[in-house]
Design a protein around this ligand. Structure first.
Ligand code: GRF
Length: 325
């Protein structure tokens, strides 16, 4: 078993300015039990203040000016440094360049940004002045997932800051910064470790299971379960097990064709599958979810297969007909 330090997520940070958020992220990462480590701080500006701070802490730094380069060429140089660093996530902290759509797609779900407003309000620039002019009671900051559309990805966390009488954009900006420095390290830590968070895993499983026709959720022996058919006569096709019955795994239990298949799968891929207590005896297999790199398409396929194996013919026939088109 690898020790905690080697399991930390590797994070790169891109900056253009003073880098105070970068510093907050970096110093948080140096505390015991941090969920992430900073492996690179990169900038498009050689004079970005944060570069020296990072270097002083022994963090790799990289500078590549955008001047005289196309967006694609500049992005490519930054991405090379990112890949070279071994980073799994890219955290933008005042990086004043828009990344190309291709870059963002390649890193889909792995780029975070902090924006100084309570999104969806005030995307873009001049957020403080706009919040004051609108007479808002609060301004704040939002951490969001970066998607090709500017400041529009899923909001992960927000910090609120009261707008005082006589506030100017400058005074407000100063306090929002303090709030950002609290918010960002925590939001990054939560995001990189969400694959171990049962609420997050159950949310993803529920979304996939309940997208199948005529399904509903029903608790079974204290564990969330998913059934197909009517509320009255439905049948279970999946269970979510959060370290249930003394297991170390957070897992999805789905139905195999029987003991032979189940044992064969477990033998071939013991990191992916296990035989769950009680349910294993009747051919249910455990698909381990609290591990790195869960393939959610694979989870979806298992749910579909398990659903199909217990769904009434009336429903599967409809599904077969729909699949033909
Ligand atoms: C922050 O206000 C952040 O919300 C925005 O850029 C600013 C970066 O500030 N995206 P700093 O360089 O971290 O001090």
């Amino acid at each position: 078993m690898a020790d905690a330090a080697s399991q930390r997520a590797k994070v790169a940070i891109f900056i253009s300015g003073s880098g105070t958020n970068m510093a907050a992220l970096l110093y948080a990462s140096l505390l015991d039990d941090s969920a992430y480590e900073v492996v690179l701080v990169a900038s498009n500006k050689a004079d970005a203040g944060g570069l020296e701070i990072a270097a002083a802490e022994g963090v790799e730094t990289f500078v590549h000016s955008h001047k005289g380069h196309s967006r694609e060429a500049h992005d490519a140089a930054m991405e090379d440094a990112l890949i070279e660093s071994g980073a799994q996530y890219l955290v933008l902290a005042g990086y004043m360049r828009i990344l190309s759509d291709e870059f963002v797609r390649r890193w889909e779900g792995r780029i975070l940004n902090i924006h100084p407003s309570l999104l969806p309000k005030y995307k873009g620039l001049d957020t403080y002045a706009r919040a004051i002019a609108a007479g808002d009671s609060h301004a704040g900051a939002s951490v969001h997932v970066v998607t090709p559309e500017l400041d529009a990805g899923e909001v992960l966390a927000q910090a609120r800051v009261a707008i005082r009488e006589g506030e100017t954009p400058e005074t407000l900006a100063g306090r929002v910064k303090f709030a950002e420095h609290q918010l960002y390290p925590r939001a990054v830590a939560d995001y990189v470790s969400r694959g171990l968070n049962p609420d997050y895993l159950l949310g993803r499983v529920s979304e996939l299971a309940l997208a199948l026709p005529e399904t509903h959720s029903r608790e079974s022996h204290g564990a969330p379960g998913f059934r197909v058919g009517s509320e009255k006569a439905g049948k279970f096709f999946a269970y979510f097990s959060d370290r249930h019955h003394g297991s170390e795994h957070i897992a999805l239990l789905v139905k195999t064709s029987g003991m032979d298949e189940m044992l064969g799968l477990i033998e071939a891929q013991p990191d992916v599958y296990f035989k769950p207590a009680f349910y294993g005896a009747s051919g249910w297999i455990g698909l381990i979810l609290n591990r790195a790199d869960v393939d959610w398409t694979h989870v979806e396929e298992w749910l579909m297969r398990s659903w199909r194996s217990v769904a009434p013919a009336r429903i599967t026939k409809l599904q077969d007909a729909a699949d033909m088109f």
